[in-house]
Design a protein. Structure first.
Length: 319
């Protein structure tokens, strides 16, 4: 698949996700995958939406940061996207998107029929294709009833192209429900052995207990996203990339460099992918593009030397 790095091309790109083919065309094209009315873009395809789970097993590896940036990236590329916070009682996704003051109804409100799904969905302030279904802050995960979650997911699949499930840590109810309905899963992993072991456990659960596995359908497509990676520390303080990919044995979707920009963006309520001047934003955009089938170089895997001295070092290495 050949596209410009910005995704601006007048040729349609056929993207294969499982058995589903997307026809992606730019927002500048006369014939778009979406019909546009004002600033709102609505789904035209009759295919059901694709459910993507952002998971890991271990806490603190960047799942919510990834869910916010991944869903924002998909929406920015023209796909109508809903991101769901499955961390009942400990929601944070609304903070990452800067929507915390707009939460009136939540995921559990819809499950308990206290409101309609449309009432609970919050449209992003800066990205008209992105919607949030927030987790409840006052209830616990026992309120996640399977029949209620299934009903909401199926309803969302009729209206959205992507449903991104932000999984909580662990393997309890919230994490299980987030992964159960997935068509694809992005496994967020830090370059440390405890994170790899938990990710490996979650891969086993997805392979054996997902809805696709239970119904004997094609398996969930799994992808590896290595977060907080610093190549200068690889092999000494952290695990090198080849050991990480060898241990888990799933395709590498991207490498997210360690960056202080993540904390800054969270504090001001902006997905880090929206800060295009940052390396971490480029890394997330690359990962989203690869997920959609584009060919992007794998960056941030080696030490980059900057300045005159850095250029000299690079020159010496090539000799």
């Amino acid at each position: 698949v050949s596209t410009q790095s910005t995704g601006v091309s007048r040729k349609s790109v056929q993207l294969l996700l499982g058995r589903r083919v997307f026809s992606l065309k730019t927002r500048h094209s006369q014939t778009s995958f979406f019909s546009t009315t004002g600033t709102s873009q609505t789904k035209k395809t009759k295919e059901p939406g694709h459910v993507l789970c952002i998971t890991s097993g271990k806490g603190g590896v960047g799942k919510t940061t990834t869910a916010a940036s991944f869903s924002y990236g998909l929406a920015s590329k023209g796909y109508k996207t809903c991101v769901i916070d499955f961390d009942i009682g400990l929601r944070n996704l609304d903070l990452h998107l800067g929507l915390e003051r707009r939460v009136i109804f939540d995921f559990i409100s819809v499950i308990r029929d206290e409101c309609t799904l449309k009432q609970a969905l919050i449209r992003d302030k800066n990205n008209p294709n992105l919607y949030l279904l927030a987790a409840s802050q006052t209830r616990d995960k026992t309120a996640l009833r399977e029949e209620g979650v299934n009903r909401i997911i199926e309803e969302l699949k009729h209206d959205f192209d992507f449903i991104v499930n932000d999984s909580p840590a662990g393997i309890e109810t919230g994490a299980f429900q987030a992964m159960y309905y997935s068509d694809s899963a992005v496994m967020c992993t830090n370059p440390e052995i405890s994170s790899l072991r938990d990710s490996d456990k979650m891969l086993g659960i997805i392979a054996s207990k997902s809805k696709r596995a239970v119904e004997n359908r094609d398996p969930v497509r799994t992808h590896l996203l290595v977060t907080r990676y610093n190549p200068a520390r690889a092999g000494s303080d952290i695990l090198p990339l080849d050991e990480i990919t060898g241990f888990l044995g799933i395709p590498l979707l991207g490498v997210i460099p360690e960056s202080e920009a993540v904390i800054r963006c969270t504090n001001v309520g902006k997905p880090v992918i929206s800060q295009t001047e940052e390396d971490v934003s480029v890394a997330y955009d690359d990962a989203v593009s690869r997920f959609l089938g584009e060919d992007r170089p794998m960056r941030f895997t080696t030490v980059t030397h900057k300045g005159l001295f850095g250029k000299l070092m690079q020159f010496v290495k090539t000799k």
